[in-house]
Design a protein around this ligand. Structure first.
Ligand SMILES: NC(=O)C1=CN([C@@H]2O[C@H](COP(=O)(O)OP(=O)(O)OC[C@H]3O[C@@H](n4cnc5c(N)ncnc54)[C@H](O)[C@@H]3O)[C@@H](O)[C@H]2O)[C@@H](O)CC1
Ligand SMILES: Nc1ncnc2c1ncn2[C@@H]1O[C@H](COP(=O)(O)OP(=O)(O)O)[C@@H](O)[C@H]1O
Ligand SMILES: [K+]
Length: 540
């Protein structure tokens, strides 16, 4: 797994490296050389343009220019001001040094001049703005960014594409769209979510020093990005010594007369993700409709209120059904009512491994008046519990209904409020968004996010079904629950990628994802076992 550090912690790593003898100027030298190496590795680089800003990101650019020149590349550095006028000592020194070494410069070019230069270049290195970027992109960089993006030239972003916040992943204005991002020391969260996913291209981490890995780990990573082979630990070895019950049995509780489809999607996903026996419990008033859509899945009717939701009288029935299952998923389509709140409370008190999604989360928000972190006893149990909120549901759980998490780091922080208040290793919050964090008490794991095709109604129900299915197949004996959840997310995303091949990138519906789950599961298993055979696009 690769550590991901908040930007402020990256600064602490720099300081720690200086203490072990790697100075900031040496780091800048190595950063520039690493960027130059990656640019050269693109191949066919005779002419390079370096767009340098006025801080240390620009400093990296001047070093890269000198390194490229030493490799015989025809280099030009574009800078808003003369090197001698740069206010930062380090950036000024490396810029002056590059000029002395013969690097040529273009100071404050017109738009036409810059466009001409870019069209004659084989690669552009974006060294305008790095982790020091904040606010709106100011001139001239907004214009330079526009020129780079419309030039069609290959772009290597140094540390972070200019205009993107390496912390939040937001790019509110102009932002470089890179083919490759060479990021220094370690991954930062903003590269992995929201706008970051669209603008980084592939990501290469340049560690810059031997000691970096250990220092980064000690700097308390905000999350860990998985590599495929990490999943080996939570993949069940294939065996023929099974029957339909020992392959894991899942109970899905949900549905209402208003939302009939959601529990069906979840139950079908649980079956396709490998559980041997899936049972669906829905309000009795919708049983005929539901049963018509599922041949293999028995449907149990639960006592129903007048408004078509599960009533309180369902509690003993659900509790009894849950006892006999290896995992339960509750929530899809169930709505929030006195009855559903009672059912969710009863399931929380039951010993069966439990996944709560959608309205089951809204029931918890109601139970705790939107302050789940103040009621840790509700979630305390000795068997696995997984909550799968999207950003709005997560906001509702932690008292931020009006101001839900808006970035991956916000998601992680809010999920941590919940898991840290409980303190138990049996609880994981799968905080969903454009990138998803599987947050346990000890660490947060970031699976590779799936495609935007996942942003379709019902896709969360499918994920809930997958997680319950994978959980059921472990019979609650799971050493690393966040990793198991991450594997489920990875499967969800890969199935959506396969569905896109059939349905097109905008045509995928949640049921198409379900149809691909079996094939995706096999393929993922193979890729985990033989990671070098076909890694696909590892960076997004
Ligand atoms: N983290 C590390 O260990 C290392 C960092 N280095 C580089 O240093 C960078 C950080 O350097 P700095 O802290 O100097 O910051 P940056 O160079 O990222 O940005 C600071 C400069 O950008 C300007 N700026 C900020 N916001 C702006 C906006 N909205 N519009 C226009 N201009 C804006 C500031 O006025 C300042 O001149 C990293 O991204 C990386 O490239 C490397 O040199 C070496 C190692
Ligand atoms: N742009 C995106 N890129 C990747 N995954 C996404 C994107 N948008 C949403 N997702 C994923 O799709 C799923 C949507 O879940 P959810 O919002 O609960 O859907 P629903 O409530 O309609 O079932 C989550 O797993 C989420 O991480
Ligand atoms: K940059």
């Amino acid at each position: 797994m690769q550590p991901v550090l908040n930007v402020e912690d990256v600064k602490r790593v720099e300081v720690a490296l200086t203490r072990v003898g790697v100075s900031i100027s040496e780091l800048m030298h190595r950063a520039g050389c690493a960027a130059a190496q990656e640019a050269l590795a693109l191949g066919d680089v005779q002419n390079a343009v370096i767009l340098a800003g006025m801080g240390n990101n620009g400093g990296d650019g001047w070093v890269a220019a000198e390194a490229l020149l030493a490799h015989g590349v025809n280099v030009k550095v574009v800078t808003p001001i003369e090197p001698d006028q740069l206010s930062g000592d380090l950036a000024r020194q490396v810029a002056q040094r590059a000029v002395r070494a013969g690097v040529s410069t273009l100071v404050g070019p017109s738009r036409d001049e810059l466009e001409g230069l870019l069209s004659a270049s084989d690669v552009a290195l974006d060294c305008m703005l790095g982790t020091g970027f904040h606010g709106d992109v100011r001139a001239p960089f907004d214009i330079w960014i526009d020129c780079v993006n419309s030039s069609g030239v290959r772009v290597v972003a140094v540390d972070v594409p200019s205009g993107l916040s390496a912390q939040t992943g937001h790019a509110p204005g102009a932002c470089v769209v890179a083919d490759l991002t060479v990021t220094m020391l370690c991954l930062k969260p903003g590269l992995l979510a929201d706008d970051g996913r669209d603008v980084c291209g592939s990501i290469v981490v340049a560690p810059l020093a031997e000691q970096t890995e250990q220092i980064v780990v000690e700097a308390d990573p905000v999350a860990w990005r998985t590599d495929l082979e990490d999943y080996l630990d939570v993949m069940a070895p294939p065996t023929t010594a099974v029957d339909k019950f020992s392959r894991g049995s899942v109970l899905v509780v949900g549905g209402s007369s208003r939302f009939v489809g959601a529990p069906i999607l979840a139950a079908r996903a649980a079956a396709r993700a490998g559980a041997g026996y899936v049972t669906l419990a829905v309000p009795s008033c919708i049983v005929p409709q539901v049963q018509a859509h599922v041949l293999e899945i028995p449907v149990v009717g639960l006592p129903c209120d007048e408004d078509g939701t599960i009533s309180k009288d369902a509690v003993p029935i659900v509790t009894k059904l849950a006892e006999k299952r290896s995992a339960v998923l509750a929530g899809p389509g169930m709505r929030v009512s006195g009855g559903t709140v009672a059912v969710v409370s009863a399931l929380l008190a039951s010993p069966t491994p439990l996944v709560l999604d959608a309205d089951a989360l809204n029931c918890i928000a109601r139970l705790t008046s939107g302050k789940l972190q103040d009621f840790p006893e509700i979630l305390r149990r000795s068997t696995p519990l997984v909550l799968t909120p999207h950003r709005r549901e997560l906001g509702r759980l932690v008292g931020k209904e009006e101001n839900p998490p808006a970035s991956l780091v916000d998601q992680l922080e809010d999920a941590r409020k919940i898991v840290w208040s409980d303190g138990g290793s049996e609880l994981v919050v799968v905080a969903k968004g454009t990138a998803t964090g599987c947050v346990g008490v000890e660490q947060a794991i970031l699976p590779k996010p799936g495609p935007a095709a996942l942003a379709t109604a019902g896709s969360g129900d499918v994920l809930g079904g997958i997680i319950a299915s994978k959980l059921a197949q472990t019979y609650g004996r799971v050493d690393n629950l966040p990793l198991l959840c991450a594997l489920s997310c990875e499967l969800h995303g890969y199935a959506a990628t396969l569905a896109m091949e059939r349905m097109g990138s905008r045509g995928v519906m949640a049921s198409d994802i379900i149809d691909e789950l079996g094939i995706a599961d096999d393929a993922l298993g193979e890729r985990v076992t033989f990671p070098d055979a076909d890694n696909g696009d590892e960076n997004n």
